[in-house]
Design a protein around this ligand. Structure first.
Ligand code: MEV
Length: 426
């Protein structure tokens, strides 16, 4: 099994699917859904959004070698960008030298907000709302009795005063709710609406917005890894050198928002690909990630890289992760359902822990490449294939044309067209 998994990239698509069928105990329909042979039908899609004309496919790759909290996980990634899946797999392999990824998750608590306007005395209204918290939570509980039965439900009321805004001061009431294995938007929004008339009566104000906050900082997930320096050495770079360069590269993103945006984009390459493959709301996760990266008033890197006590490279990533296994598209979309089954995750927290581990692996891949040989070399080989395809190269010529362009250091559609023409007439 280990032998085979390590050579996954060398297999044909058919062979890869066969491996997954066995490893993930998937049935024929689930395999068909992953492969794109079946999957989401236009009729199903028509129930999901409006004005449907069809479905839209992206490449689905499986990242290998992930060990998260001691468990082997095959990671489905929906992604259009070359090198991402390969980098995640390679970095997961490096992380194994230090025992893989260790991850933990907060309780799945989401935040809902009610904006309360037209209040003369913010302090007095806030006090009244705070004293009524018990009753408000009881009201919110009525919105979703199933959630309560499952051990979730409303947990806390927090009242915040916004003292300065373009429309003057106002109050914000936060409902904290444990949403268990859901992403939670529906549960939260329903509960907020249920509470609104009472909130208005108690505060004496006018409730305007009642909506979930995507800054899900009560639902943080943390992943870490510790890689022995020996495992980091490659080509002419010593392990110590690679470690120190990675820490220096991280420090750039930590200190400078221009770099932090790109640094975090690299993390989100991994995060979004899994969020998308499992049918979750990647815009919500993106919004939460970037808001959290700026939560202390200055936008900074979401991850942290440092030297451990034994000289190892230590990586840590903490970020909000509002993903679910129930509700949303995860159950409805056959490809997403098969992806979740393949991962073997049983709770939203487990899924979130894998996702954040992938984000950390992706970040490591980018920093390692950028801080040593640069990313273009690896990137270009795959990019060249896309250029060859864009030029209309037949399947059997895609790889050879790509190779030729890389050799010539000229990766352009015009050049691919020229080579195509030459080869067709020779
Ligand atoms: C490209 O998609 C992502 C990177 O730019 C991330 C980074 O710079 O850290 C390589």
């Amino acid at each position: 099994m280990a032998e085979k998994t390590h050579k996954f990239y060398e297999l044909t698509i058919e062979e890869r699917l066969k491996t997954l069928k066995k490893a993930g105990d998937l049935n024929a329909e689930e395999i068909a859904a992953l492969s794109g042979a079946a999957g989401l039908t236009p009729a199903q899609a028509d129930h999901m959004i409006e004005n449907v004309v069809g479905t839209f496919a992206l490449p689905l790759g499986i990242a290998q070698h992930f060990l998260v909290n001691g468990r082997e996980v095959l990671v489905p990634m929906a992604m259009e960008e070359p090198s991402v899946v390969a980098a995640a797999s390679f970095m997961a392999k490096l992380a194994r030298a230090g025992g893989g990824f260790t991850a933990s998750a907060d309780a799945p608590e989401m935040i809902g907000q009610i904006q309360i306007l037209d209040i003369d005395d913010l302090d007095a209204a806030a006090e009244r709302l705070e004293s009524a918290a018990g009753g408000l939570l009881a009201l919110a509980e009525k919105a979703d009795s199933l959630l309560v039965k499952l051990g979730g439900g409303p947990r806390e009321i927090v009242v915040r005063k916004i003292k300065e805004s373009p429309i003057g001061p106002f109050l914000v009431l936060h409902l904290i709710m444990d949403v268990r294995d859901a992403m939670g938007a529906n549960a939260i929004n329903t509960a907020l609406e249920q509470m609104t008339p009472t909130v208005e009566r108690i505060s004496g104000g006018r409730a305007l917005l009642r909506i979930l906050s995507n800054l899900a900082d009560r639902r943080l997930v943390k992943a870490s890894c510790a890689i022995p320096v020996k495992a980091l050495a490659f080509n002419d770079f010593s392990g110590e050198d690679v470690r120190d360069r990675i820490i220096e590269a991280w420090a750039f993103g930590q200190a400078d928002p221009y770099r932090a945006a790109t640094h975090n984009k690299g993390i989100m390459n991994g995060v979004d690909a899994v969020v998308l493959a499992t049918g979750n709301d990647w815009r919500a996760v993106e919004a939460g990630a970037h808001a959290y990266a700026a939560v202390n008033g200055r936008y900074t890197s979401l991850s942290r890289w440092s030297k451990g006590p034994d000289g190892e490279l230590v990586g840590e990533l903490e970020m909000p992760m509002a993903v679910g296994l129930v509700g949303g598209a995860t159950k409805v979309h056959p490809g997403a359902a098969a992806a979740v089954k393949l991962m073997g995750v049983k709770t939203a927290a487990e899924l979130a822990q894998v996702i954040v581990s992938v984000g950390l692996a992706q970040n490591l891949g980018a920093l390692r490449a950028l801080a040593t040989e640069g990313i273009q070399r690896g990137h270009m080989a795959l990019h060249a294939r896309q250029v060859a395809i864009a030029a209309g190269a037949p399947e059997k010529w895609v790889a050879p044309i790509a190779e030729q362009m890389v050799k010539e250091k000229s990766i352009r559609v015009e050049r691919a067209l020229e080579i195509l023409e030459e080869w067709r007439t020779r």
